[in-house]
Design a protein. Sequence first.
Length: 288
Amino acid sequence: MECGWVKLSDMVKAVNTRSVDQELVKGPVDKAMEVLEALVRPGGPHRLGEIARRTGLTKPTVHRHLRTMAEYGFAEPAEGGSYRPGPRLLGLAAAALNDSPVLELTGPALADLRGRTGHVAFYAVRHACDAVYLEQSEPAREYRMSTRPGHRTPLYACGVGLAMLSALPPEEAAAVLDAPDLEARTPHTLTDPAALRAVLAQAALCGYAVDDEYDEPDVRSVAAPVLDAEGVVVGAIGVSGLTFTLDPESVEVFGPMVRAAARTVSAGLGARTPVLGVVNTADAGERS
């Protein structure tokens, strides 16, 4: 397989339907975590009813958790009966981010990518089967991408997620690819495991992955994995733009830039920088 991005529109894009298994009984901590996650989603402040719909909890249950969070400074009331993250929660998040050696390295890398490509540059990490965006560097322009810090996207449906999957051990990647409930987020989302493995094999060969409208219509992204000193995937760096600005020719130019930025961050974490074009063909074969 040659290193070069190709569209996979001719591949099967099977859409699996979610099974309707009965939910496990949720405990108080589970419910509190779901309320907290809904509270910090972009687009806040959020009304109590909106949080209840998103979590599937009753309004009295949500109100009880929000009241407790407000007492501890993790939430605070806003206009119209809505709630926003409280100062204590924001302080904890800021302290955690400030103490991250990875983010100290990704900030300059993202700013450089934004300046060189003219596109949004971002850093994301893996949480279970999702990519969570932590940091973003966005140029001033008339449109804005929907991915903001805190945004979550399934690993199989976004560039940063595919980049991380391409560098995971095969058995870890298989746990995501072979899940029975992969949903199509757009008409272009790849949910067929064979098609996804082909994308990952290509990403492993090139050192970067391409999201070709898998997460959002008319949006394309290019991303590369970030590794630590042990060679373990800790995140991914990427750039994103509208398809008419980030066209296939731009992908061929920006892909190596993103790969170089990710490898610079990885080197700062102590990872050994691989020789360009050299991949573990055995691992790639297991994914294809």
